[in-house]
Design a protein around this ligand. Structure first.
Ligand SMILES: *Cc1c(COP(=O)(O)O)cnc(C)c1O
Length: 362
């Protein structure tokens, strides 16, 4: 039986896509690649819900987080990070590394942010240049409300940067309608692909800020990516060609199924998974049910002392589950509910967890 990745990235890749990626490598400066790249760049707009171009970078998600920061801001500028977990914390670390003036609005893990706090900070800081936030906080299972922050930044000079790396595809997101300025995504989460590609969309407001930005950058200078996409339908440097080939296949599969029905399917799947886990004595890590997203289910269990040991045994039996990050290392079980996961996969996972709980209680 194939190894089942029930992790919130990477996720299992459908056989069709793997076969496509096993074909001969094409050359990234030739006509066939240009056609492929301009097609996938159009397809990606449907996931972001935007008329803006979507750029494709060869890097993992953290690379495109860094790209967003170095392209949009300038030395010493003041930014707010809405920090609801490990990936919010990563934005704090990247912006601090580039010596921005960072307001770290930190919440307990498992909670979403409070709109009132963000409004207060905006009012108290007329020199605020950006708000960086996580859509789906993969370390906790929280889905942060993006739209309400877009309403606050819309008619201001504040840029809204959203990490939707694990959020996109399985959770709703509207780049244009929600007035977002920069949204980033990654191949190994909702896109049915292995790690290695990252995507970014930029608003007109963001593109103006890019012209002014004076932070150092070379490989990630997004102005070059826009120019190459528009003028040559290519990437400035050698892209992960094989993954771009896979991306076309993935976009075809996902867009054929339709984003609305994919999101409805994953809502049902993660509710089902959560309810089955509760029956086995687990508790939701995210207490507010309205703050839970479709990407993953995060749970704790009073009787499991070492969650990492517990999932290590399950991993040996062919199912990979994720654990807690940061201070929650060994304390959380995080089960991915995105990508090509089906009810059959969830049932197989629940069966295995039940088996190990029985062993542990004997
Ligand atoms: C996976 C992920 C990232 C990026 O992690 P990489 O390991 O660099 O791909 C960033 N933000 C979120 C919310 C993620 O889930």
């Amino acid at each position: 039986m194939e190894k089942l990745l029930m992790t919130p990235g990477p996720t299992n890749v459908p056989e069709e896509i793997r076969k496509k990626m096993a074909e001969d490598v094409i050359h990234h400066r030739m006509a066939d690649y240009k056609k492929l790249f301009s097609d996938v760049s159009e397809d990606l707009k449907h996931f972001f819900k935007t008329k803006q171009e979507v750029l494709t970078l060869t890097c993992s998600g953290t690379g495109v987080m860094e790209a967003a920061v170095v392209n949009l801001f300038s030395k010493k500028e003041k930014v707010l990070v809405i920090n609801t977990g490990n990936f919010g914390q990563r934005f704090v670390e990247i912006t601090t590394t580039y010596d921005l003036n960072v307001i770290d609005l930190k919440y307990d893990w498992g909670s979403t942010y409070k709109l009132k706090d963000v409004k207060e900070i905006i009012l108290a800081n007329p020199d605020l240049k950006g708000i960086l936030m996580t859509h789906s906080e993969t370390s906790t299972g929280v889905l942060n409300d993006i739209q309400s922050i877009g309403d606050l930044t819309k008619d201001t000079d504040i840029l809204l940067v959203v990490d939707s790396i694990s959020g996109m595809v399985v959770n709703p997101l509207e780049f244009d309608d929600w007035s977002l300025d920069c949204v980033i995504a990654g191949s190994q989460k909702g896109f049915l692909l292995p790690p290695g590609l990252a995507f970014v969309a930029l608003s007109e407001k963001a593109k103006k800020a890019m012209e002014r930005s004076n932070l150092p950058k070379f490989y990630f200078d997004l102005k070059k990516y826009i120019k190459f996409l528009k003028e040559k339908q290519q990437n400035p440097y050698t892209p992960a060609i094989t993954l771009v080939v896979g991306l076309k296949c993935a976009c075809d599969l996902l867009l054929e199924e339709g984003l609305d029905s994919i999101q409805l399917k994953h809502t049902k799947l993660r509710i089902y998974l959560g309810e089955e886990l509760i029956k086995l004595g687990f508790e939701y890590f995210v207490k507010d049910e309205n703050a839970r997203g479709n990407t993953l289910v995060a749970v704790t269990h009073k009787e499991i002392e070492d969650m990492d040991n517990f999932r290590g045994i399950i991993d040996k039996n062919g199912i990979s589950l994720a654990g807690g990050q940061g201070n929650y290392s060994g304390k959380l079980l995080r089960i991915g509910c995105l990508g090509k996961i089906t009810k059959i996969d969830i049932d197989r996972t629940i069966e295995e967890i039940k088996k190990q709980l029985d062993v542990a209680s004997r």
